[in-house]
Design a protein around this ligand. Structure first.
Ligand code: NAI
Length: 308
């Protein structure tokens, strides 16, 4: 199993680290545009192999896509992250050019690759890859909901004063501060609805804190977060690599599902060796449907800024 990660920055390197520690891939190739940067990150990570006990071989290359040949999965994290006060949407101009050229170079050397798009604004970047490549739709996956759901579980576990692993919950919709739809109605603590433990106001607060989860960290760190994003990407890569048939909310191209068309937005999908093996349509109540519709309008508006 060969995995390429384009962008050896904060998220790309964190993702490589988690993939290596989980020890399921034979090879990880890091690519960056900055001279020697990916090579340096790869060497640093390889020097943890004997300490962490993994066998994954990590190498780096400066913009040399021949090194990525025959990758099974490739992750696109190349681009600029937001700074405090910026929205993800403000990154569109620079990141669209980068994502377009990177996806084309990846596919040239790995025609059967499954792509995971991370660069922001992620739903629009995922849509861009659909529009500008010939990959089947099952092989283009946007990562956002897996991270937002992990943040939701963290916030919910704080409110419940319980381990995050006891919480089940999911965030669908666009990967933006206003577009996320945390499904509080379906959130549970060990299968018991969270409404059995928390007031409506507290649950709403958890949802609001989740939606600004990325912005909160960007303010604290001076740039966007990397541990949880890297871990979330590594979980998607593992689900595909090990044919786990696990369900995650991911940005997928919708063609009528949830009443939406011609956009990529976060919905539950089953991930396995074929990429997105199924888009799962769950029953939403009227309020949730309205929020998803509003979120989709925001994503479509950002898609409209693409020069297609
Ligand atoms: P970073 O600045 O630490 O790393 C980005 C790397 O991409 C840099 O090393 C840069 O040299 C490289 N790069 C730029 N253009 C390139 C090109 N054409 N080819 C190869 N490499 C290139 O940024 P960070 O924090 O790793 O974030 C990366 C992206 O991921 C940003 O757009 C950020 O907004 C996004 N992000 C998305 C998340 C999600 O949930 N979808 C979560 C966190 C970040």
């Amino acid at each position: 199993m060969k995995v390429t990660i384009v962008g050896a920055g904060a998220v790309g390197a964190s993702c490589a680290e988690y993939i290596a520690i989980k020890n399921f891939a034979s090879e990880v190739v890091l690519i960056d545009i900055k001279e020697d940067f990916a090579e340096g990150k790869a060497m640093d990570l390889m020097q943890t192999a004997s300490l962490m006990g993994f066998d994954t071989k990590i190498t780096g290359a400066t913009n040399d896509y021949s090194k990525t040949a025959n990758s099974d999965i490739a992750v696109i994290t190349s681009g600029i992250p937001r700074k405090p006060g910026m929205t993800r949407e403000e990154l569109i101009g620079i990141n669209a050019d980068i994502v377009k050229s990177v996806s084309s170079s990846l596919i040239e050397h790995s025609p059967n690759v499954t792509l995971i798009v991370v660069s922001n604004p992620m739903d629009t970047m995922t849509y861009l890859v659909h529009k500008t490549t010939n990959l089947p739709k099952s092989k283009i996956i946007g990562m956002g909901g897996a991270l937002d759901s992990a943040r939701f579980k963290y916030r919910m576990s704080e409110a419940l004063d319980c381990p995050a692993s006891d919480v089940e919950g999911m965030v669908i919709g666009g990967h933006s501060d206003t577009g996320m739809v945390p499904l509080t109605r379906l959130a549970t603590r060990n299968s018991v609805p969270v409404s059995a433990f928390l007031s409506e106001d507290r649950i709403s607060q958890v949802a609001e804190d989740t939606k600004v989860g990325g912005a909160t960290l960007t303010k604290m760190l001076g740039t966007s977060a990397w541990y949880a994003p890297g871990a979330a990407v590594s979980s998607l890569v593992q689900a595909i690599a090990n044919d786990q048939k696990k369900m995650f909310p991911c940005s997928a191209l919708l063609e009528g599902e949830y009443g939406l068309n011609d956009l990529c937005i976060g919905v539950p999908v089953i991930l396995g060796k074929n990429g997105i093996e199924k888009i799962v349509e769950i029953e939403l109540d009227e309020a949730e449907k309205a929020k998803l519709k509003e979120s989709s309008e925001g994503v479509s508006k950002t898609n409209g800024l693409l020069d297609l």
